[in-house]
Write a protein that binds this ligand. Structure first.
Ligand code: MRU
Length: 370
């Protein structure tokens, strides 16, 4: 099938010929159904999108950024139709018929704040929300109608989706250049096309190296507890025709000791100013193992994942998830520790691959000033 035939993970779909408002849905790949079935979910309101985000039907930092932007637009569609107030049983005080873009923005902001807080670790969710709100704010200054302001936000969100793909292809090209010929790459979680709008970050590096004929094999960590590696990474690599092998998380160090890994490439949910990086739980022990075995450990992420407001990784908010993700046996409820992410210290990272080039972790802020 090849990488180019992978599905778009998230897209705004509206009636033809309109400004993107009428009949709008956010079309998602329903990732909880993979690898058994490729199913799309047409999400019709922001509340439903929040459920999709919380339940991991859509997940992965760049895809969450797009979900944030599209979610603000969905909330806007609801406000214009009056459906939002009816559904939430609340009064936004917004009357589409008699109010302009400023009142629209005022009604949209609390809905946007709620959406941005659904998952705390990936900075991209709040970033995407802010990008769409920014378009509405700019429209308010222009004195346009609420509907036109919403159309601007939709256009901005769609532009983010286009930029996501361009950025991932650039990350792929920069990252592939770091790999030796015949590279055997180990990855964790799913930082692939399914975690983005299209193509992927860590798997973008894999796809670019594969296209160049320099990739021999990918080893995918299972990624307990939810199995993003086993279910999603193995599915998309197989679809793309990339040779791959699945192993349990605890087997990674043995693979390295056996001399089967040339590089580790992972994605990121939030990168602090000093290069400390939050990613799926189990990334940090992987970085320690790679350092012990003298294997380069790379982080691949767009610059939208950098949080310049945090000096180091100690301030990154870590999401804790339901115990039943770890063990779900009727009548048995042990105490469970289930953080969804860990923070890998910058000292263990050989380079951060962005769409603007490869940076030393401690110099990652330079990528933002380009
Ligand atoms: O809980 P998830 O599936 O959203 O976690 C995803 C990850 O940790 C990814 O590695 C990260 O978001 C980078 S995706 C390009």
């Amino acid at each position: 099938m090849g990488v180019e035939a992978l599905p778009r993970t998230i897209a705004w779909v509206a009636q033809d010929g309109a400004d993107g408002v009428d009949g709008a849905v956010v079309r998602l790949v329903e990732q909880r159904e993979l690898p058994a079935r490729l199913v799309f979910w047409d999400v019709r309101c922001v509340e439903e999108l929040e459920d999709a985000i919380a339940s991991l039907a859509v997940r992965g930092a760049p895809a969450l950024g797009l979900a944030g932007a599209f979610g603000v637009c969905l909330a806007g569609v609801e406000l214009l139709s009056g459906a939002g107030d009816r559904r939430h049983g609340s009064e936004s005080g917004f009357d589409a018929a008699s109010h302009g873009a400023e009142a629209f923005l005022g009604a949209l902001e609390p809905l946007a704040r709620h959406l941005a807080a659904v998952r705390p670790t990936a900075v991209n969710l709040a970033w995407g929300v802010e990008q769409a709100l920014g378009a509405v704010r700019a429209a308010v200054v222009q004195g346009v109608s609420a509907r036109t302001a919403l159309a601007h936000a939709i256009a901005q969100a769609q532009e983010l989706a286009r930029e996501d793909e361009v950025a991932n292809r650039a990350i792929g090209a920069y990252g592939a250049a770091l790999l030796p010929d015949g590279a055997r790459v180990l990855t964790h979680c799913n930082a692939g096309s399914l975690a983005c709008g299209f193509y992927g970050t860590a798997l973008g590096v894999v796809y670019a190296a594969f296209e160049q004929g320099k990739l021999a094999h990918v080893y995918a960590d299972e990624t307990r507890p939810v199995g993003q590696g086993a279910r999603l990474t193995m599915w998309e690599l197989t679809q793309a025709g990339v040779p791959c092998t699945l192993q349990c998380d605890g087997m990674a160090a043995s693979l390295m000791a056996a001399g089967k890994v040339d590089a580790v490439v992972v994605g990121a949910d939030r990168i602090a100013a000093n290069g400390d990086t939050a990613n799926k739980i189990g990334t940090y022990p992987l970085a320690i193992s790679a350092a012990y075995h003298g294997i380069p450990f790379y982080v691949a992420a767009p610059t939208s994942t950098v949080d310049a407001s945090l000096p180091d990784g100690s301030g990154i908010p870590i999401e804790y998830r339901d115990a039943r993700e770890v063990i779900d046996v009727e009548g048995f409820s042990p105490d469970v520790f289930n953080p969804s992410f860990d923070v890998t210290p910058a000292a263990l990272i050989a380079g951060i691959v962005t769409e603007r080039g490869v940076y030393e972790p401690g110099e990652i802020l330079q990528a933002l000033s380009l």
